[in-house]
Design a protein around this ligand. Sequence first.
Ligand code: OGA
Ligand code: MN
Length: 200
Amino acid sequence: MDAILLPESCHVDQILNDLDQHGFTIIDKVYPPDIHTELRTTCSNNLNYFREAAIQNGVVSHIRSDHILWIKDDSEFAKAHLQLLDAVSICLNQHFYLGIQTVEAHFACYNSGEFYALHRDNPQQKNDRVISSVFYLHQHWQPDWGGQLRLQDKNQLWHTIQPDPNRLVLFQSDLLHEVLEAKQQRLSITAWLRSGTQLW
Ligand code: OGA
Ligand code: MN
């Protein structure tokens, strides 16, 4: 992991405090507009390669219906974002001793009518995902377009988070959450900060 600086949009004390108190944090206006646009363009230009997303039991479209494209470690795709997540990982390791070693990421596209039912990214600590992250790539989002991330925080309180463009949400991978049905195309990069190096 490269030790690069976090951008000014990332207020470290706030991020650490939110994660500690609530198990999640929201960071807005993460990148300068040109980098946000570049990440979105990379995603949009590759939509032909997206595949139906699977859950542990394979593709089950009544649980999730989005399409994804894994971002390989060595690819130039989304490098700026992977570097930011590496920097976040180093910061979280220093403060919470989380032992994060790797970041895995995929682009995700929810077309109109698509959703992801209630789930945890790391049920019963079955995998080594520690922190989940979602970064929203689309250019605009209106509240009546659905697609909200609903998340139960570590104190069992529910939050409805708008998928605002250029917004990053970080949350503990063991928290319950869902993506409500989107009514417009919803583009994102989902990533997991993991404590192991082996892909399962
Ligand atoms: C996921 C997920 C949330 C979102 O991909 O596991 O929960 O807001 N995504 O896209
Ligand atoms: Mn999830």
